[in-house]
Design a protein around this ligand. Sequence first.
Ligand SMILES: NC(=O)c1ccc[n+]([C@@H]2O[C@H](COP(=O)([O-])OP(=O)(O)OC[C@H]3O[C@@H](n4cnc5c(N)ncnc54)[C@H](O)[C@@H]3O)[C@@H](O)[C@H]2O)c1
Length: 322
Amino acid sequence: MVGLGGWGGEKSIEAVRATADVLDLVTWFDASPEVIEQRRDEMPVPPAGSWEEVLDDEAIEGVILVVPNHVHGPVAVEVAGRGKHIFVEKPLANTLAECDRIIQACEDAGVLLQVGHCLRRIPAVRKARQLMDEGRIGEIVMLEGHQSHRGGWTLKEGQWRWYNEKCPGGPLNLLGIHQIETMHYLVGPAVEINAMFAKKCLPCEIDEITQVIMRFKAGMLGYIGDTYVSPAKTETCIYGTDGYMEVDCLKSHIKLYDIDGKLTDIPCEKLDLIADEYREFAECIVTGKRPETGGPEGRAAVAVMEAAIESARTGKVSRIHG
Ligand SMILES: NC(=O)c1ccc[n+]([C@@H]2O[C@H](COP(=O)([O-])OP(=O)(O)OC[C@H]3O[C@@H](n4cnc5c(N)ncnc54)[C@H](O)[C@@H]3O)[C@@H](O)[C@H]2O)c1
């Protein structure tokens, strides 16, 4: 496991512990000596002495990358080049060019690539997809996604999330990418993107408010709003001709309104999404199965993000090709 900062040192490590029956943690590493010292005592195995030691260790079959978004590309390409399978946190990379570099390196090396798009695994999202497919809300005409939290208030200069170059798209890159990928899961790819970004409260470089309007290949429209300054909310709404569903992703709960506006509450189970992803990673390594969110799915989400960044910059609609 590589990268034990905010997410890696908490959620990912919890998930590694929860999947010890299928994942045998060989070693771990972080570029920061302070992070290594901070985590050393709580980890079940000792850290690697250097990055080269990780790459050289033939006992390591797969590497879980929980490193900043702008280093996904260089690190993943190196890991693939040493013939090790890769689980990389979302987004696959900050640009399509970087996604293509990673995908090509994995193909050339014959290693598996899984991208940590965990939101579609939420039981309420899975259930919503099932209800949609059964026709419970008629024909789907519109989607709305919202994903925000107050993380921006704790940003400090020097951290990667502060800078446009390392975190282009700000909250869309950090949060909205989950909604993009979930909408792709629900209705297929978006093809036309119109976006506006804004800054209002924070001193950092990145914008802290992003809004994106999408046209999907299947004909419906969708909207995604994100802020990095307002209280936590993660919700996906699906509108059909015979009803609509509000999917609360944090509570794993669906509110389904039928054609007459009658509400049915559908509570769903909760799941350790990261452990679920790691179980699939282990299964894919052993069986050769392709992961549910691999290179193509990760790339498709980044294509929308990149198109939105372009649209916000130019004030024009961006089209996604291929
Ligand atoms: N799935 C989710 O919901 C979710 C949530 C939060 C973060 N993430 C993703 O997790 C990743 C890490 O985010 P974070 O919040 O933990 O960031 P962070 O900055 O808190 O931690 C990143 C860690 O990576 C280390 N690092 C940097 N470059 C490295 C390198 N080349 N080799 C080894 N270690 C290196 C840093 O020292 C740091 O400890 C990002 O891709 C982020 O998008 C996913």
